[in-house]
Every structure is written in C-alpha cells, then in structure tokens.
Write a protein that binds this ligand. Structure first.
Ligand SMILES: [Zn+2]
Ligand SMILES: [Zn+2]
Length: 355
C-alpha cells in the first residue's frame, strides 16, 4: 500500500471547524461586542495566537513523517539487553519481525495497516490527522492537543459570555433594559398626571422598540448584519464548540497521563489485554513490580519527549520527540561498567509483542 494522501475530507473538515469557531468568536463576539478596547484587543490577540499555533501543530501532525524504520536496521540483542529492554516476538521469542515489510522491528515499533509501513514508537493511527502518531510527530501531537484545547475553550468562553448576555437581553434582565423600564414607568406616570403629548409619544416609541426586540438586541451587541444571521452563527458555533471542547479536554488529559508514564496508547492497551488474559500473573510492561520499562519518572519522561529545557516545551518548531525512535533509555539499563564488560544481563525486561 502506498503512502496515503495527507489531506482528506476529515482533515479539511477539522480545519474548517477551526476556522469557523475562530471566525464566530471574532466576528460574532469580539469585534461587535468588545470592540477594539484593550479588553477586546487582548482577546483577539490571544485567540489568534492560540488558533494559529493549533493550526500549525495540526498541519505538522498531518504532514510530518511519523517515523519509518531504516531499511538496513538490524536488531542488536546485546545492546537492547544492556539498555534494559529486550522486546521479542510473542511466539518463539526471536527478534521482532514484520512480515509485511519483511524487516526487523526496533523496540516500540508497530506496523500500521493504514499507512502501509512500520512506524517507530507508534502511538496510534489518528483518523483526525489522517496519519500515524509516532516518533516523528509525537511532540507535535501533544502540542496540538494543548493548543487546540486552549483555543477551543477560549472561543467557547467568549461564545457563552455572549449567549448569557443575549438571554439577559431577551428576558429584560440586563442593566440597559432595567434603566429603560424605569424610564418608561416614569414617563407613564408623567403622562397620567397630564404631562402632555410628548410623553405619550415617547412611551409609544418605547413600546415599539420593545415589541421590535431584535432592534434592541442588535443595538446592544453592535451587530451590523441581519439579526437572524447573528443568531444562527451564535447558536451553531456554541453547539459545535461545546462537544469539541469536551472531547479535546478528554484527549488532552489522556495524553498527558500517558506522557507522564512515557507510555504509548498501544502499550497501554497491550497492558490491559495482558492483565485480562492473565490477571495477577503477568504484566507485559515489566518484570519489575509492574513499572513501565521506559518510565524515567515524570520529569525524565517529559524531557525525553519535549526536550530538556522547559522554556522550549511550548515551542512548536520541532515536531519529533528526542532520540532516534529506535533506542530508548530505561530505568532498568545495566550500569555502564557492566555494559562495557558485555555482561549486562542484570534484569532485562522481556516484552512480548505480536507481529
Ligand atoms: Zn511493517
Ligand atoms: Zn498509520
């Protein structure tokens, strides 16, 4: 199977949703409602920055190679054993080999049927970016989750603010309506006491304005176009932003938990299956107390993926995680002296994987 086309209907749809929510928040809420005040400009700048970063990291995930295995890669059993992690086939215990690619597989590598090749440190195949998430774009994927969730929550917050305001206006609970109601009552009392035709005309105008309803709303939100379009965009954008925000927050939390354990989605599911198949007797992740063999501690795990400098973590320039995606540090690695002597067989974690 050849390389799939990167952009498809799903990825174009995702980009369209991003553009729609950004446009709705800016042109339905920020510009007409907050204007170009400091408050409005701050929201506009922040939302534009978050959306831009979200789109950039999204496109990185779509277009970056998730990490093919070099054609000449050969397993080095001694090196893998010294590193503390030796992955073998589920059956037979030999070197992991991909029948489809007719090549050996490095640790944490899996074959993706959709992409048609083996992917280094494969996390999962993501239909939303029409690409595998692997060593080559894993860091970009994590940043994409962060920026997409932040941008979507920001847009949702703005939309909900306007929703709440419109409901208040419709029910006459906002401050301006209360002032007008008070003024209407006063003029009514004035007319009742013989105040003349001018007060009666003012009351009639107020009644007409209240009956119109839309005119009041339009003037209060500074909306220049037809009111029905304002309402349709507002309703649609809120209906889209709510479930998307919930989904993105769940995705973000899930991937942060995996990042803190330096565990891929596939490895998590393999662990669940192993515990189901042999509860209490076998843990595919480790032979040492159930600890994931690549777990370097939360700080080491984040640094291994995002880089050693925390100041660079949010910068989206580099798409790939650290290392080459074929060799991984492990807390079970043998001491250097032992490795040099070639006796590094202290406690290798034998990980079994199906082909
Ligand atoms: Zn393969
Ligand atoms: Zn794939």
């Amino acid at each position: 199977m050849g390389q799939p086309r990167r952009q498809n209907a799903v990825t174009l749809g995702c980009l369209a949703v991003m553009a729609f929510l950004y446009s709705a928040a800016v042109f339905n809420v920020v510009v007409p409602h907050l204007g170009y005040s400091v408050h409005g400009a701050s929201h506009l700048l922040l939302l534009t920055a978050l959306t831009g970063l979200a789109a950039a990291t999204y496109l990185q995930c779509v277009y970056c190679d998730p990490g093919k295995v070099p054609a000449d890669w050969q397993p080095d059993i001694e090196q893998q054993t010294a590193a503390g992690v030796l992955q073998v086939k589920r059956r037979g215990g030999g070197n992991r080999f991909c029948k489809k690619c007719r090549a050996f597989k490095p640790p944490r590598t899996h074959h993706c049927r959709r992409c048609g090749h083996c992917v280094r440190r494969m996390d999962h195949h993501c239909v939303w970016v029409n690409n595998c998430i692997g060593h080559g774009n894993y860091r970009a994927f994590l940043l994409m989750c962060c920026y997409l969730a932040a941008a979507c929550l920001h847009a949702l917050g703005l939309l909900l603010q306007l929703d709440a305001h419109l409901v208040q206006v419709a029910l006459g609970w906002d401050e301006e309506s209360r002032v007008q109601a008070a003024a209407g009552g006063a003029s009514h009392r004035l007319a009742g006491s013989g105040g003349g035709g001018a007060a009666g005309a003012e009351e009639a105008a107020g009644a007409a304005e209240l009956a119109g309803g839309g005119g009041i709303v339009a003037s209060k939100v500074g909306w220049m176009g037809p009111l029905w379009l304002h309402a349709v965009v507002q309703t649609l954008a809120t209906a889209v932003a709510l479930p998307v925000s919930v989904g993105l927050v769940v995705l973000l939390v899930w991937n942060m938990l995996l990042l803190l354990r330096n565990q891929t989605t596939i490895e998590y599911h393999e662990g669940v299956v192993a515990r189901f198949m042999a509860p209490g007797a076998f843990d595919t992740h480790s032979s040492s107390g159930g600890r994931h063999p690549f777990d370097l501690g939360w700080e080491g795990n984040v640094q291994h993926v995002c880089g050693s400098s925390p100041a660079c973590w949010p910068v989206p320039g580099r798409a790939a995680a650290c290392g080459d995606g074929m060799h991984f540090p492990s807390p079970f690695a043998a001491p250097p002296q032992q490795q040099l002597r070639g006796k590094a067989l202290a406690s290798p974690n034998l990980l079994q994987h199906s082909l």
